[in-house]
Design a protein around this ligand. Structure first.
Ligand SMILES: [Zn+2]
Length: 656
């Protein structure tokens, strides 16, 4: 079982939080997916009567000034006043601009500078400009506004903490903006707070000014960011530690990594691993790109997990967990440095971040640990696949099984197709390409880039795995035929039988085991369905294994010998149950090469015998039975097969 499965399972059992604003309940998970699910519900509500307007300007900078002084003391009001000066460049001839400003949260008091009159209605702020601006002209509008004392899922004031959380489109709830990921702008933020407060935001702390019992924090992000990655995280009496990472390209240039936490929390393990993690991700994805980075923990937040705000990840409910941090930190490259062009491209953020958890496991535990992570993600997808594609134009696809787990497995299979050196070269070339860095990317641009770097068109790969739903279901056959001089022909036919998606072209690996005890591993491109391959050997084959290392992780497969010489398995084998996790039934397959007494027993996690579904003499063959027990509680169970000297035990998980 992968760590990811067990932690999701564990957390989902113990925490259920009701989110009254959207009148729904949800389980929180050990990732940012709960956030996304919750936000999606909220924004479906918000967008109900709102059509996105055309956008003929490009925001260059937001200069935000908020007075949140009163939000830290009881009764923890969410009401505050603010000003935002938006500098934009016109991309057409315009005499007005439309911005996003939540009607639920924000009251607009006035608009100044190059704005004249305005209309704030239905989450839209339409501003008439003082003249016509032509392409290339820049202008500033200054908006004076107030945030109401309302709950909006974006601006929080809880027990001496003030924090924001904007993905996907919640920034408009705490400052008027053009709230789409594709319009990145620099950010200059000043916040007025009590002197006991520490406040973090994007970019670098420019200055903090103390006047009596009042502090003004002034943060500047010189690097442009998408509005959903703008953040304030603050707290009375926050503790702050700073570690420094030295750039390999310029060791005298040290990047501060800030850790904000409350008394009693334990960020120390994360503080210890952050420098090696920065080194590792820099080595894989290109040098860490920002002027600072950091993590800030909140308590009493309405969900648990992380949010990858640019240069300051929020760890909701103080989860200082290594793999959550690996996920969020990799988002600094995949998500923040390079941002999905629009929400249908969100897998470019989440698939990469989830894949990076597996890469961090590889850093810690090598290939076996990496593959355990990938197999765990594949199991999550196979058990919960909702049946739609990763990339669906015009939709929000924030589904854990698809956007996160399948997205990560697709990257694993890309690594398998390309081989390690080409794959990592392609990923690094992509992540360091100036046409994407500090900008946005579409799925097609990514496809073009990796095709260019690898010297081969990969659109077939992205089309079938990202743009088509579901996965291949192989029903392969093989036969052995004696030839002259004690030689043998082995014929293998790769056949896909799924009806819910297209044929999936893939290189496939076939392992042929011989009577002599050795084997041959052959890799061929399977580019049409029902493709047959014949190989000639001077040894007698006994069995064929399809994809023996399970590189095509998103598949179902059965492979059966046909004809007089290949009808039986070569050895005893017990296979991983499927589906897994399961509820209430799962299939268990096993092989019997010669007639033998076979026993299969089910045990609980304490070793107590639950049942003995198989206990009889079996003829040689391949067998599958269904295990079903509706009386069992959720948890880990073991199934053990014994036959003569053969014995093997495997783990399975029941999740009710
Ligand atoms: Zn994420």
């Amino acid at each position: 079982m992968s760590k990811l499965i067990s932690k999701i399972f564990f957390i989902s059992l113990i925490i259920t939080v009701s989110y009254t604003e959207v009148h729904t309940e949800y389980s929180t998970f050990f990732d940012d997916k709960a956030n996304i699910n919750r936000k999606r519900e909220y924004y479906n509500y918000l967008f109900k009567n709102y059509d996105a307007v055309n956008h003929f300007f490009d925001v260059l900078n937001y200069n935000i000034n908020v007075n949140i002084y009163n939000c830290y003391t009881s009764p923890y009001t969410r009401a505050f006043s603010g000003e935002v000066t938006i500098t934009f460049i016109s991309t057409s001839s315009i005499n007005s601009i439309d911005l996003d400003a939540s009607s639920h949260s924000i009251i607009i008091d006035s608009v100044r500078m190059n704005g004249t009159t305005f209309l704030h209605s239905n989450n839209n702020l339409a501003i008439n400009l003082d003249r016509t601006y032509n392409t290339g002209d820049t202008a500033n509008v200054k908006i004076y506004y107030r945030h109401k004392d309302v709950s909006d899922g974006s601006f929080y004031a809880i027990s001496g903490q003030v924090f924001t959380d904007c993905e996907p489109e919640g920034a408009r709830s705490w400052f008027p903006c053009w709230d789409k990921p594709s319009d990145k702008a620099t950010l200059d933020l000043t916040a007025k707070v009590p002197s006991s407060v520490k406040l973090g935001s994007n970019g670098r702390l420019n200055d903090s000014t103390l006047t009596g019992d009042t502090l003004y924090y002034h943060w500047i992000s010189r690097d442009p960011l998408s509005t959903y990655l703008a953040v304030i995280t603050s707290r009375v009496n926050y503790k702050l530690d700073i570690r420094y990472w030295h750039k390999p390209s310029n060791p005298s240039d040290s990047v501060p990594i800030r850790f904000y936490y409350a008394e009693g929390q334990n960020p120390y393990h994360i503080e210890d691993i952050i420098v090696p993690m920065t080194d590792y991700f820099s080595q894989l994805f290109g040098e860490h790109p920002f002027e600072k980075n950091g993590f800030a923990a909140t308590t009493s937040a309405p969900w648990a997990g992380g949010m990858e705000n640019q240069t300051l990840t929020t760890l909701m409910n103080s989860i200082w967990e290594e793999y959550l941090v690996a996920h969020e930190y990799s988002h600094q490259w995949f998500g923040d440095l390079i941002t999905c062009a629009d929400w249908p491209d969100i897998w470019m953020n989440e698939g990469f971040a989830t894949y990076s958890e597996a890469l961090w496991n590889e850093y810690n535990g090598g290939q076996t640990a990496y593959k355990t992570s990938i197999d765990g993600l594949a199991a999550i997808y196979l058990a919960g696949n909702p049946g739609y594609a990763i990339y669906r134009p015009g939709t929000y696809t924030f589904n854990y099984e698809i956007t996160y787990a399948k997205g990560a497995c697709v990257l694993h299979m890309l690594r398998y197709v390309l081989g390690d050196s080409v794959f990592f070269n392609a990923i690094k070339s992509y992540a360091t390409d100036p046409q994407f860095k500090f900008k946005n990317v579409t799925t097609d641009e990514f496809t073009e880039k990796i095709s260019e770097v690898s010297g081969q068109s990969l659109s077939w790969f992205i089309d079938e795995w990202v743009k088509q739903p579901n996965h291949p279901d192989y029903n392969n056959t093989f036969s052995f035929d004696p030839a002259e001089n004690n030689t043998w022909n082995v014929t293998f036919t790769a056949k896909q039988v799924q009806t819910n998606t297209t044929f999936h072209k893939m290189p496939v690996e076939i392992k042929i085991n011989f009577e002599t005890g050795n084997d041959s591993l052959i890799r061929v491109m399977n580019d049409v369905n029902e493709q047959s391959y014949t190989w000639h050997f001077d040894r007698k084959p006994v069995n064929v294994e399809f994809d023996p290392d399970n590189q095509i992780v998103l598949k179902r497969a059965s492979t059966n010998g046909i004809g007089p010489y290949a009808g039986f398995p070569a050895k005893f084998a017990l296979y991983q149950n499927y589906p897994n996790p399961f509820n209430p039934a799962t299939n268990i397959s096993y092989d019997v090469p010669v007639r033998a007494l076979v026993t299969i027993k089910i045990y609980d996690v304490l070793g107590k015998l639950i049942s003995t579904p198989v206990n009889e003499t079996k003829n040689a063959g391949k067998y599958t039975f269904e295990f079903r027990d509706t009386n069992l509680a959720s948890g880990v169970y073991f199934y053990e097969m014994t036959a003569g000297v053969f014995s093997e035990k495997k783990k399975m998980m029941l999740v009710k």
